[in-house]
Write a protein that binds this ligand. Structure first.
Ligand code: ASP
Length: 433
């Protein structure tokens, strides 16, 4: 389910594109890099005063955090409503998916605890001022924060009228282009809800460059470039983690399937390039499926299980990244996350990766859940966004390779046929006997 976030264009306007529309057409990663460069310039020029530019980032992250839980809820409901699997196959899939995700998080925590990328710099934790020491500016900011919903249901319970109106406006606009859509079944209804949440999410993600600009300006203005050195180490550490996860996939494929791992990588190169280029495992899904069936030669049913069904839950690259990010920010803030807290990171990273849609920046949306669980301040998430245009691409490739891994393992080693399909259904397969 789900379309690529880039396809959520909404209603088309007639005539020449406005400046805003032209800006939106620039790929997100280019917009983020531009925002980053501009943030450096403003940070250097304004110094300490640049701190105020980080305010919009707080609001944007709050909105992302509000959209994550309903997105996860609807994604899980939809997957369970529509999956057509026998109990045996479903059980085997869940076991495979869970094992891969746990290994990914384990690798993430291991690398983060060993390399300790966050120790290259120290950020000052943002201390909440006592109410009586707050300036008028602080009080205004608090009021602004209250108006921006931190959850889709809390404003209803709190009678927070401004937040309720904001939610109504956002979803009213998102559903305008859906108003003629017939809703015949419960699945139609769930899909409509999913599309509406994704559309609102697209708008909020459109604001991410603004968050990056403000945070970079604030960091450069107050702390200079030292934190970015730590970010460089973090990028290398995440890439190392993702490479180790790939090794895990290939080793499992070598041991438990008939597919030769190195040839597999060559056969999947279209999907690898596509995942890196589009930043979306959902947009890559048809190419993943085609490569698996036509080039690798796994049975269609296995390819369907991994690339079409499994992909909804299977985001190991995202899980690894979320766990590493939590540890990295904790290290930057000089906070120690004990065993219990790291266990909470594991649990929440599993949920966050299951709920992450296969679209650009989805991992950042669900990361708010992981941060909240271990009491890390959400305002550091935009700091990570400065390098996410690259890391998101890398973890999208791993998310896609996770689907490939499941397909190959479900196809078996050729001796014991795990699925009740005759070998002739394999397209161009070399089956070992
Ligand atoms: N972009 C990733 C994907 O499409 C999701 C993420 O942001 O982690 O799989």
């Amino acid at each position: 389910m789900g379309e690529g976030i880039g396809s959520q264009s909404g209603e088309q306007s007639n005539g020449a594109p406005t400046l805003w529309e032209r800006w939106q057409r620039v790929p997100l990663y280019v917009r983020i890099i531009l925002a980053l460069a501009l943030g450096v310039v403003f940070g250097l020029a304004l110094g300490e005063r640049a701190k105020v530019l980080a305010v919009p980032a707080k609001l944007i992250i709050r909105l992302l955090g509000a959209l994550a839980p309903p997105l996860i809820l609807v994604a899980v409901i939809h997957s369970l409503m529509t999956a057509k699997l026998g109990a045996g196959v479903a059980f085997r899939m869940v076991r495979l998916l869970l094992l891969n995700t746990l290994v990914a998080i384990g690798i993430g925590l291991l690398v983060a605890n060993t390399v300790r990328p966050g120790e290259a710099a120290h950020l000052q934790p943002v201390a909440e001022k006592p109410a009586d020491q707050k300036s008028d500016g602080d009080k205004f900011l608090d009021k602004l924060m209250e108006a921006v919903p931190e959850s889709l249901v809390k404003p209803l319970a709190d009678n927070n009228v401004i937040a309720i109106v904001l939610i109504g406006v956002a979803f009213g606009l998102a559903l305008r282009s859906e108003r003629e859509q017939p809703v015949r079944t419960a699945v139609d209804l769930v899909e409509l809800a999913y599309r509406a949440i994704l559309k609102v999410l697209t708008w909020v993600i459109g604001l991410v460059p603004l968050a990056v600009f403000g945070v970079v300006a604030g960091v450069v203005g107050t702390m200079g470039f030292k934190p970015f050195k730590a970010l460089g180490t973090f990028v290398i550490a995440v890439e190392l983690g993702l490479v180790l996860q790939t090794v895990w996939y290939l080793a499992r494929i070598r041991l438990f399937s008939w597919v030769p791992p190195i040839k597999l990588l060559a056969d999947m190169r279209d999907a690898i390039v596509m995942a890196f280029a589009t930043d979306s495992s959902t947009a890559t899904m048809p190419v993943t499926y085609k490569c698996l069936v036509e080039k690798v030669g796994v049975r269609e049913q296995s390819a369907r299980l991994g690339a079409l069904i499994g992909t909804n839950f299977n985001n190991d690259g995202t899980a690894l990244y979320e766990a590493m990010s939590a540890l990295f920010i904790a290290q930057l803030l000089g906070r120690h996350l004990g065993f219990g807290q790291q266990l909470a990171v594991v649990g929440l990273s599993i949920i966050a990766s299951v709920g992450a849609a296969g679209i650009p920046e989805a991992g950042t949306v669900t990361m708010a859940l992981v941060f909240k669980a271990v009491g890390l301040p959400l305002e550091y998430i935009p700091f990570l966004l400065t390098v996410d245009w690259f890391l998101d691409r890398s973890r999208t490739v791993i998310n896609m390779l996770g689907d490939v891994n499941v397909s190959c393992l479900m196809d078996g080693n050729g001796r014991e046929d795990l699925l009740p399909l005759p070998p002739r259904e394999r397209v161009g397969v070399r089956v070992e006997s």
